[in-house]
Design a protein around this ligand. Structure first.
Ligand SMILES: NC(=O)c1ccc[n+]([C@@H]2O[C@H](COP(=O)([O-])OP(=O)(O)OC[C@H]3O[C@@H](n4cnc5c(N)ncnc54)[C@H](OP(=O)(O)O)[C@@H]3O)[C@@H](O)[C@H]2O)c1
Ligand SMILES: Nc1nc(=O)c2c([nH]1)NC[C@@H]1CN(c3ccc(C(=O)N[C@@H](CCC(=O)O)C(=O)O)cc3)CN21
Ligand SMILES: [Mg+2]
Length: 291
């Protein structure tokens, strides 16, 4: 039986640490950290994220400025909203929930978010820092995966790692962080000819494709570490709406050494890293008032 990577428990531990640090800092600074989350239209994965994030902010003492915009908001209107948040001194973090409705273009909007407040790490300046191995705001989900591996003392250096998925939100920054930790990294994507051949060689397998049961028992190396990033809402055999990952958990779990569950794995870690990034950004911003 595999060890289950308990992201829920680790995230709770991190939130307790953050709560204590925020409590003592805000006395000196005179205001709590602030996080603005912009959600446009309806997206089930985003809705889960926004709900969990608001609860977590409240727990640690971060003020959350949640804004939910109708699906028909224009590119210009959303750009204006971002500019006003950039100029708002009580906002330390700005997160634009992805994906956006088709009439909106995410890339130009991600350029508009001030790199100092880009708690998703998606601005080219922050992605560039990651590529170069510099400190900075980094994408929450891959940062959460790395922290989870560290918590369980899982050796990464020298290992063969495979990342399934190559998005700028998860797959690409994940591969860069695994490389920084000195593993040998391969990235699979939709055009990969033989996915199973690649995944069968993976000692560390991180899956972020958004496809339920993409990874079957035949596709994993016995004794591997499997991290499931996928968040898919499906209807189960009893007609209920449930969340599942990209890995056939029941089939894969008996074969591997470590596996992260969905829910309770990477998702809560993403939220914890978002809070951590917001605190980091706040500390950068208020360092003068602390001297
Ligand atoms: N747990 C969390 O905290 C968290 C955070 C973010 C996202 N997610 C979830 O993680 C999943 C991925 O998110 P994302 O934002 O990275 O999604 P995305 O932008 O849709 O990217 C998915 C990536 O997977 C690749 N892919 C899709 N089907 C594939 C297949 N059959 N074989 C190989 N590669 C395949 C795509 O390839 P192409 O680009 O070539 O099409 C793309 O690179 C989703 O389920 C999302 O909800 C979870
Ligand atoms: N800009 C941006 N950044 C993101 O990190 C992001 C988006 N957009 N859009 C949606 C996806 C999906 N993300 C998620 C999705 C779920 C959880 C989460 O907390 N999952 C929990 C609870 C699931 C449940 O309530 O059942 C889990 O245990 O997996 C976190 C981040 C983050 N994502
Ligand atoms: Mg999860």
């Amino acid at each position: 039986m595999a060890n289950v990577l308990d992201g829920k428990a680790l995230a709770q531990k991190i939130r307790t640490q953050l709560q204590q640090e925020i409590q003592s800092l805000q006395v000196k600074v005179g205001r709590p950290p602030g996080l603005a989350v912009l959600m446009v239209g309806e997206n089930p994965a985003s809705a889960v994220y926004v709900r969990n994030k608001e609860r977590a902010c409240e727990q640690v003492g971060i003020v959350s400025f949640g804004s939910h915009f109708p699906a028909n908001i224009s590119q210009a209107e959303l750009t204006e909203v971002i500019h006003s948040l950039n100029n708002n001194p009580t906002v330390d973090g700005i997160l634009l929930q992805l994906p956006l409705p088709p009439h909106l273009n995410a890339i130009p909007l991600l350029y508009e978010i001030s790199p100092d407040k880009d708690v998703d790490g998606l601005h080219p300046a922050n992605m560039g820092r990651l590529v170069r191995g510099e400190a900075g705001l980094r994408s929450c989900t891959p940062a959460g995966v790395m922290q989870l591996l560290r918590e369980y003392n899982i050796e990464v250096a020298g290992k063969d790692a495979v990342v399934v998925g190559a998005s700028i939100l998860v797959g690409k920054p994940m591969a860069l962080m695994l490389l920084e930790a000195e593993s040998t990294v391969s990235i699979a994507h939709i055009k990969t000819r033989d996915l199973a051949k690649l995944t069968c060689d993976a000692e560390i397998l991180v899956v972020a494709a958004g496809y339920p049961k993409l990874i079957t028992p035949q596709m994993v190396k016995p004794g591997a570490v499997v991290v499931d990033v996928g968040i898919n809402r499906i209807t189960d055999y009893e007609g209920r709406s449930v969340i599942v990952g990209d890995v056939d958990f029941a089939g894969v779990e008996p074969l591997v050494d470590y596996i992260s569950p969905v829910p309770g794995g990477v998702g809560p870690m993403t939220v914890a890293m978002l809070l951590q990034n917001t605190l980091w950004s706040y500390k950068q911003r208020v360092q003068y008032s602390l001297q």
